[in-house]
Design a protein around this ligand. Structure first.
Ligand code: SF4
Length: 333
């Protein structure tokens, strides 16, 4: 995917940082529009839902000012706000739309040194080694193609960090990470879905086969790895789609991934806001909200009803144990 932007909105303070200057040169051909605060850009906040794809073409550059770590109890111990939020891709269910609404465009924060210093300090002070999820606000592998922030982070954390970092991705751009001296301190997690779902719903992300190759390459390069079946979307033909996905994974994942990797399974949640944006911006797209199988889950969110969740969970466990039995399933949520 070539990253195309049509304009850069920037906080002037960002240009005092080396990364800000690098971005200034890289995108010199685009219009640069000064903003006060990346959190609120009045003209973009006032746009209509149908403008969503247009907004996604903007790149926002600023400084991250809030650094609150949120406790987590899955692969990581903490969710860490890191070098970007939002994303250039347009998955129809993207969880970031719940947080940022229409403004889920890519924002890059140039004060990476400050953020990593903070993380290293926190890691050193913890009573036991901790795992930090740095990719819960964006897709860092995609971001890395613009900023090289992952290269900076993985290498420096390997040298100075205690515990581990982790991030998930839906992209295949791993080549710059393969030769890094990571010391096994970064857990790489590849998110997968059936090819039909990637084509129809995960717009702008990497194809399934390319993601599988990238995961194999990262395992070969010595990174600890995991596979995320996420989000599982219960379209009418879901059993055929996910049955076939598991067969393909079993055929194409390397022995290294099968022997050392783990699996996470997350069923899709959806929201009123996403439904409103998708209905206005993409009237012909697959409808993800299904009244039959979904129910409310507080604050305008929807999730699959219990019966549907149980059926999906037991189907996936069964097929995974048949074809990828050596990979532990950490949780289904
Ligand atoms: S790749 Fe991830 S962050 Fe980007 S749009 Fe898709 S779900 Fe959202």
């Amino acid at each position: 995917m070539k990253m195309l932007f049509d304009a850069v909105y920037y906080e002037p303070a960002a240009l005092r940082f080396e990364l800000g200057q690098m971005l200034r040169a890289k995108y010199a051909a685009l219009p640069w529009i000064e903003i006060e605060n990346h959190n609120y850009i009045p003209e973009l906040a006032a746009a209509g839902n149908h403008d969503f794809p247009k907004l996604k073409r903007h790149l926002i550059i600023g400084l991250r000012k809030t650094h609150k770590y949120v406790p987590n109890h899955k692969v990581s111990d903490w969710l860490v706000p890191y070098t970007s939020s939002g994303c250039r891709a347009m998955c129809l269910y993207c969880y970031l739309v719940c947080n940022y609404n229409k403004c889920s465009y890519l924002r890059l924060f140039v004060n990476r040194e400050q953020m990593l210093n903070r993380l290293l300090k926190r890691a050193a002070a913890a009573p036991a080694p901790q795992t930090f999820e740095i990719g819960s606000n964006s897709d860092l592998l995609l971001e890395n193609t613009i900023t090289n922030n992952l290269i900076y982070t993985i290498v420096r954390f390997a040298q100075e960090g205690r515990g581990q970092l982790t991030f998930p991705t839906k992209f295949d751009r791993v080549t710059p990470l393969l030769g890094l001296d990571h010391k096994g301190k970064t857990i790489f997690r590849m998110s997968v879905n059936p090819e039909e779902i990637i084509d129809r719903i995960e717009w702008g992300t990497s194809p399934l086969r390319a993601r599988i190759h990238a995961l194999n390459a990262m395992a070969e390069a010595g990174y600890p790895v995991g596979l995320l079946l996420a989000p599982v979307i219960l379209l009418p033909e879901w059993k055929r789609l996910y049955g076939r996905l598991i067969e393909q994974l079993s055929d194409e994942l390397s022995q290294k991934v099968k022997q050392n990797g783990f699996i996470e399974i997350i069923l899709m949640t959806y929201s009123f806001v996403q439904n409103a944006i998708n209905t206005d911006a993409f009237p012909n797209a697959v409808k993800l909200f299904d009244q039959e199988t979904m129910t409310g889950r507080g604050r305008g969110k929807y999730c699959y009803r219990n019966e549907a969740r149980l059926e999906a969970g037991s189907f996936l466990r069964q097929r995974l144990s048949e074809r990828l039995g050596s990979m532990p399933i950490l949780y289904i949520s």
